[in-house]
Design a protein around this ligand. Structure first.
Ligand code: ADP
Ligand code: MG
Length: 348
């Protein structure tokens, strides 16, 4: 669907924003760009609809170079949602949504029907909302309109640049979930920018982590979490997600392995124990035999709980040694402790 071949962007002032980008986005894919501020996410997006011209390299959409499309036609087939809710303030919801369909010279009836359909899709009563002005809507409602406006003329591609980052956390989570459902219904190719790793992992079919204009890792959420390409990815994961402190979940009274076996492992991992306390993947003296039953240290709490229901107990390994186990009870104790800490700190 969308292919980047050796794409670079240098701004007139000499800023190298994007450097030799190569990637391929599939039709129907939910593709997420993530990375620190200034790493080139917005620049990459804007090159696709030619709001920014590439300095070198080629971008192809459906096998055709973007320069070979009529620029208006190109932009009308690419919906665009921005972080700042950019609805036209003097126009009603209906008029806002109708902008591109009107450019495409749709009939009044067709536009009316489409507005109804879109408002229903995001569960805003068309009767009530179509005649409202943006300032009569909450932030979350305005951003819903921003999203459906981008979808209005049925574009093949939708670009969304940090669309939810100005919203409060609750509205934001709601919209993330709606977006996920929406994508399953409409099956558009969506390119989504965020700096929120939870959002990226929740929404993305693939997540592309950028740094200084280059791709660091481009993979499924599962692979990003389980096999971060390097320390930058690991650090980004741990500082941009709600992580739980796995080490604090360890049952401190239970130490099945006391071996000092030297094992050449650099990362901290879990090993799965079965209900009988037999370790799959390491030998009795703590030596690693197989990585089949290994969970990464970045594993989220849901995954830990899921594994626990399967096997009853998880062994935790650090620097080549098993340092303890996690059980259902030890997780519950940990959660209980951390909840109390939260209550205490929010009261004080
Ligand atoms: P992101 O969206 O990841 O925060 P951007 O793509 O906006 O990053 O910016 C990438 C780099 O290019 C940054 O160093 C930024 O300051 C620079 N930049 C962006 N727009 C311009 C511009 N119009 N002129 C010069 N430099 C720019
Ligand atoms: Mg940006």
């Amino acid at each position: 669907m969308i292919t980047f071949e050796h794409v670079s962007k240098v701004y007139p002032d000499g800023t190298k924003a994007v450097n030799d980008l190569n990637l391929h986005i599939e039709k129907g894919e939910f593709f997420v760009f993530i990375g620190p501020s200034g790493c080139g996410k917005t620049t990459t997006m804007k090159m696709m609809n030619r709001l920014n011209e590439v300095t070198s390299g080629t971008i192809l959409i459906n096998g055709k170079e973007i320069h070979d499309y009529n620029i208006h036609e190109l932009r009308r087939n690419i919906g665009y949602v921005l972080q700042q809710i950019a609805l036209f303030p003097h126009m009603t919801v209906e008029e806002n949504i109708a902008v591109v369909p009107e450019l495409k010279k749709w009939s009044k009836e067709k536009i009316h029907k489409r507005v109804t359909e879109l408002l229903e899709m995001v569960e805003l009563d068309p009767q009530v909302y179509r005649h409202k002005k943006p300032n009569e809507l909450s932030g979350g409602q305005q951003q819903r309109i921003g999203v459906i406006r981008a979808l209005a003329a049925d574009p093949d591609i939708v670009l969304m640049d940090e669309p939810f980052s100005a919203l409060d956390p609750i509205t934001r989570e709601q919209l993330q979930n709606e977006m996920k459902e929406l994508q399953q219904k409409i099956k558009k190719t969506i390119i989504f920018v965020t700096h929120d790793m939870n959002e990226a992992l929740l929404l993305g079919d693939r997540v592309c982590l950028m740094r200084k204009g280059e791709i660091v890792q481009c993979d499924t959420p599962q692979m990003i979490v389980q096999q971060p390409a390097n320390d930058f990815v690991r650090e980004f994961l741990s500082t941009h997600t709600n992580t739980y402190n796995i080490e604090e979940m360890i049952d401190t009274d239970f130490k099945p392995f006391s071996s000092e076996a030297e094992v050449n492992v650099t990362r901290e991992k879990f090993f799965v124990l079965d209900a009988q306390g037999v370790v799959r993947g390491i030998t009795e003296n703590g030596e690693i035999r197989s990585t089949e039953a290994v969970l990464s240290m970045d594993t989220n709490i849901e995954e830990v709980m899921k594994k626990l229901t399967e096997v009853g107990m998880l062994a935790v390994e650090k620097e080549g040694r098993v340092i303890g186990v996690i059980t259902n009870e030890s997780v519950v104790r940990y959660l209980h402790r951390s909840m109390q800490e939260k209550v205490v700190s929010s009261n004080g």
